[in-house]
Ligand binder design. Sequence first.
Ligand SMILES: [Zn+2]
Ligand SMILES: [Zn+2]
Ligand SMILES: [Zn+2]
Ligand SMILES: [Zn+2]
Ligand SMILES: [Zn+2]
Length: 852
Amino acid sequence: MVAEKPSLAASLAKILSNGSMTTRKGSNGACSVHEYRGKFQGEPAFFKFTSVCGHVMTLDFTGKYNNWDKVDPVELFSAPTLKKEASPNLHMPDFLRREAKGIDVLVLWLDCDKEGENICFEVIDAVRSHLKRICDQTVYRARFSAITETDVKRAMNSLAHPNENEAMSVDARQELDLRIGCAFTRYQTKFFQGKYGNLDSTLVSYGPCQSPTLGFCVERHDKIQSFKPESYWVINVQVAHPDGKTIPVEWDRSRVFDKEVVQMFLGMIKAADSARVTDVVKKEKTKPRPQALNTVEMLRIASSSLGMSPHHTMQVAERLYTQGYISYPRTETTHYPENFDLMGTLRQQTNNSSWGPFVKELLKQGNQKPRKGVDAGDHPPITPMKGASESELGHEAWKLYEYITQHFIATVSPDCRYMQTTVYFDIGKEKFLCTGKILTDPGYTSVMTWQAISDDEDIPPFTKGQTCNIADVRLGERQTGPPDYLTESELITLMEKHGIGTDASIPVHINNICERNYVTIVSGRKLKPTTLGIVLVHGYQKIDADLVLPTMRSAMEQQLNLIAIGKANYHAVLEHALEIFLLKFKYFVNNISGMDELFEVSFSPLASTGKPMSRCGKCRRYMKLIQAKPSRLHCSNCDETYSLPQNGGIKLYQELKCPLDDYELVLWTTGTKGKSYPLCPYCYNNPPFKDMRKGMGCNECTHPTCQHAFSQNGVAECLECSQGILVLDQSSAPKWRMACNKCNLVINLLEGAYKVTLKDDDCEECGASIIHVDYGKNKSPLPDGATDCTGCVFCDATFKPLVEMHHAMAPKMRRSAGRGGGAGRGRGRGRGRSRAKNKPKDKMAQLAAYFV
Ligand SMILES: [Zn+2]
Ligand SMILES: [Zn+2]
Ligand SMILES: [Zn+2]
Ligand SMILES: [Zn+2]
Ligand SMILES: [Zn+2]
């Protein structure tokens, strides 16, 4: 049996084995295997329960198509693709195969949504060779919505089969996103980054869903920009009630945009000596209890009331689900199924100190039917599955849990009822009114207190025909205000309304446009587009507005849904969508100048940005360092751009030159505690030797005689990793250090020495290069007043106290790189690898996650 995450496998196995399982670590270190004996379909059986870590596989182009420089992006619409391991260091297929050896039956416990269904087939594919045959009697699918005993045991007793159509709809979406996203993104990125210097983004990405999402934010920005305020006037009148209170009354005309007209009304009202009550109308009103909670509503409330981003909210909600506190948090359903145990769920909340008493009262009154909602047929609405306290959940998870629970209780509570009184007045010939509310039954607002009707919404009693004095008449001048930037909550509403980002992938898209620097979040969780975001959207609008309108994506998602329910052919849908986008892509490329005109206005060309840094080997003039991401060097004379390592500082390296090409070396450094190495800008981009990859510094350069290359500065093999060489960092004096040219190991040594040189011979014991060190007279830590010394830093007793090992902080990687290949997966599935420590995957795998 296989679950989606290690923590879920543990919870599920614990429930199914009634706590009698034994657990061992799996071969990949990330997943555990839980084993127990029991019965399967009436027969004694041995159960093994383990998990994957999200997607096993990811879609990518084959080898050469990942090369940005060698492939025309238009080819990506038809380039061959392959499925490769989503996290190669987890060896997931291998692990699954190992555990599948000798089993008779496979039961799939992946999360019950389309992505989960897709992973089902990835698991089946991985173990295919070890199952005697794959058929209805050997592969089963468990369907469940919460990690509770009832739900899980029910699922075990009513096993079904995996749904291939749903899985295929995910395959189709992955392929579309990969091809369309990569083609547009590569083309745009290369075009604009090669031209502009202060474009602050490593990637000018396009995504069929991401870009329309950005489109909404820019549309609002345009409205704000083009807004022209208008003056208007209101007449504020206060009426004196006989018992002494003054009551503000509303003018029937509410506001007037013409100053002379309002002056005329003002004169008439001021001339009247009293206000006469023409009518008093009382009406019983209800404020309806909310519908049951679905994902979109949860995200909206979490953003507007709890200040949590959609992306983060989903992470917290998934944790609550995994631990059995709430039901599955990805659902479009707002309707409880008929057999849902509402009372049982409610009973679990009776002990809570704030809403417990209210819940007890509800239970006494008996079943209150929830409002009718939409049944999307996926899962029940998001519901608390067991009681909890703030101390066991922690503050943030508690806030979300508290809201989910209050919302649930509200759905099974009575509506809020109140009496609304409206009093109508005549002042001269003008009509005024005021309304008051008196609560008759708080109903659900007892638990959702922020929606309660307060006492001060009441007004004193008036009777028809009564005349009152006028306490005050005042003319107010106001101006119409511009709309504000979209809040996250409004953006979610728009996305839902236009049918893009369904299947709860909304948080990913919103997160993407923030991380790509297209919008920034300002106070009140409002989304303010950046110059880049604005220029991009305006550019698409100029060339082909379809690219930022939600219509295409929404049509595509409908088609994908048809695949999922078996009503559309996978290949036909794919072919059709790709054909349309290929035409659009070609048109876009031919008309890029339209977008470029907008870039010209907002960004500066490469030649005029940046500060002079090091000399070009071809023309001997200074190249400029462009600091905006991605940082690079640009020679405006030769019109060449050289990329540089990111996430660190770049400075000139003692005006030394590369012996091969005369380019002046620069020094890349991540600060005093980190690593640094010199590099030649030309060699870094055009490796001089066959055994060098692109992107290597002098610490990996295999030049046999160059004094900066590791052959001259390499001290020893790395103590931690198998391939690395410890290279003496000549730029680090007087805090000398050597660093591995592959991993993050850094060794501080011989602090204060003014000169450290490597000798030609090696240590006989360990093979490390022999070192000669010179200290100043007063600073020498060497024994017996010696100022210099020759020997092996690892073996000689004199050196040992002067050597200290530590690890460089790994350069901070973009957060999204940690997400791995699940294109638009829309969930923070554990990938089983820590973010910073591991090497980034190759570029296209990282990108695959970007383009949704
Ligand atoms: Zn040049
Ligand atoms: Zn060079
Ligand atoms: Zn070199
Ligand atoms: Zn190493
Ligand atoms: Zn040695």
